[in-house]
Ligand binder design. Structure first.
Ligand code: GDP
Length: 312
């Protein structure tokens, strides 16, 4: 999802794009280094990752930790070896402590315990940030890191066992509208989350690649926070559902609130977050128009793991 958004954003720039069209497994060092040596990119956006929602993280801790550590370590080292001039590492707002003061400033990193449901992913992303900083210190590489808030948009994963809340609720609302069953929302509905359209993230990443050089990490967010209950209401309305959502208390809430402070990015001159309501409407329409091919929706469960591996 993020990679495709960066490609869309770069289409209007005077650059030659290099994307891993054939299957490259960035978890494998030799494969990664051979590919990078052949392509010799000047700039790298490191968005490749194993990502997933609250249950996927909890259910596959080894994959979330190992895959992400390997992908980022291999790509960062390969970037150094091939003399990449700029690398933008895409981190996550999950890196911050569960009880960080809100909105979360960048200096909250490593100031307290992590949210247990996504600690594996968070530890891997923190390692990626530290790698970028260490390569800058030791080798003088111009590697920077951005920490996006929760994302949504085209090419998201709509597999209910792996997805984040927005694609999950869009799919469930669509199916509820057809079946007449209620929309089932995980947890209490009380947690708050900040959401950002992936095209805004891509724009911010390109902006940072062009303007920022330093060890300091940079939060990327929309500043717009919503409760999961209100988000469910918005998506239910978009899908044309009339009944009230029901809440499944057997599922986890995760961190109570996760709003990043975007003062640093704003002070650098970037400020272009699109509003949630139209972004949700567009994404729902995209989902309806691409139902036959979207990730996690069209494919049978038995092929999901294979497809997932291919996307890495
Ligand atoms: P998180 O931000 O890492 O917790 O990731 P998620 O996007 O998976 O979950 C955000 C919040 O939405 C959590 O409080 C979930 O319990 C809640 N949620 C409600 N319904 C769903 C659902 O169907 N799928 C997912 N993934 N989360 C849901």
């Amino acid at each position: 999802m993020v990679g495709r958004a960066i490609v869309r954003r770069l289409a209007s720039e005077p650059v030659t794009l290099v994307t891993p069209k054939d299957r490259i497994d960035f978890r494998r060092q030799a494969e990664t280094e051979a590919w990078m040596a052949a392509q010799k990119p000047h700039v790298v956006f490191l968005a490749a990752a194993r990502v997933g929602g609250i249950l996927a993280n909890d259910n596959a801790p080894a994959q979330f930790l190992y895959d992400n550590l390997m992908i980022e370590a291999n790509l960062i080292e390969a970037a150094r070896r091939t003399g990449v001039e700029k690398l933008v590492f895409v981190g996550s707002s999950c890196i911050y402590p569960k009880d960080a003061a809100q909105p979360i400033t960048e200096d909250a990193l490593l100031s307290g315990p992590l949210e247990p449901t996504n600690q594996w992913y968070a530890v891997a992303k923190i390692a990626g940030i530290k790698l970028a900083q260490a390569y800058r210190r030791e080798y003088g590489c111009d590697f920077i890191s951005a920490q996006p808030t929760n994302l949504y948009g085209p090419f998201d994963n709509f597999d209910l066992t792996a997805s984040h809340v927005i694609p999950a609720l869009m799919r469930k609302a669509h199916e509820a509208a057809q079946s007449g069953e209620p929309l089932v929302v995980w947890g209490s509905g009380r947690p708050f989350r900040e959401f950002m359209h992936v095209d805004d993230l891509a724009d911010a990443l390109v902006f940072l690649a062009q303007t920022w050089s330093g060890e300091d990490i940079v939060n990327v967010g929309s500043g717009e926070e919503v409760s999961i209950a209100d988000l469910a209401g918005m998506i239910a309305r978009i899908a044309g559902l009339s009944g009230a959502p029901v809440f499944d208390a057997s599922k986890p809430d995760g961190t109570p609130r996760k709003l990043v402070d975007v003062s640093r990015l704003k002070a650098m001159g970037w400020n272009r977050a699109r509003a949630l309501a139209p972004g949700l409407q567009d994404t729902y329409e995209w989902f309806l128009n691409h139902r036959q091919s979207v990730r996690g929706y069209a494919d049978a469960p038995s092929t999901r793991q294979k497809q997932d591996d291919q996307q890495l």
